[in-house]
Design a protein around this ligand. Structure first.
Ligand code: ADP
Ligand code: MG
Length: 149
């Protein structure tokens, strides 16, 4: 994997804008992509996901998939799966829901709490690590070389 890039994002609005930049970079690639979003509760994973989804053309609110495990967003050229595995009891449950069918060409998976799906999830193409720091967030990104302006 490529080197780690570090960013400091001051507030929620900037986090969404930053997510849009990441989303544009993801959109520029057509192959299947798996993005791991690591960070504690309240770190900003869903906020960043909202920005990523915006880059693909989703304008509305983003429901946190904490209870549904996954929310599906369909776009003209792409399908985006937003997972939150926080409440997953056992990674095997992912097998029962047929998760492997989601890992197909032309789709992008955003994974909150990927460690709860260990053994079943594919290797991430992009790793995003978010930490609370002061009033903002430190964001570390691995595997995305061309983060768009
Ligand atoms: P998570 O999905 O990691 O649990 P959320 O995206 O739901 O976290 O965000 C939790 C809180 O953090 C929200 O109140 C949001 O406004 C705030 N937040 C998100 N990004 C930032 C940021 N870069 N700086 C300050 N606050 C942020
Ligand atoms: Mg969340």
């Amino acid at each position: 994997m490529s080197s780690v890039q570090e960013f400091y994002i001051d507030n929620e609005a900037d986090m969404v804008v930053f997510g849009e930049r990441i989303g544009r970079s993801l959109r520029a690639q057509s192959a299947f992509q798996c993005v791991f979003l690591n960070g504690d509760l309240g770190a900003g994973k869903t906020t960043l996901s909202r920005g990523i989804l915006r880059a693909f053309g989703h304008q509305g609110a983003v429901k946190s998939p904490t209870y549904t495990l996954v929310e599906i967003y369909e776009f003209a050229d792409r399908r985006l799966y937003h997972f939150d595995l926080y409440r997953l009891g056992d990674p095997e449950e992912l097998e029962y829901m047929g998760i492997r069918d989601y890992f197909t060409e032309g789709s992008v998976c955003l994974m909150e709490w990927p460690e709860r799906g260990q053994g079943v999830l594919p290797k991430p193409n992009v790793l995003i690590d978010i930490k609370v720091e002061g009033a903002g967030r430190k964001v570390l990104i691995t595997g995305l070389d061309d983060i768009k302006a």
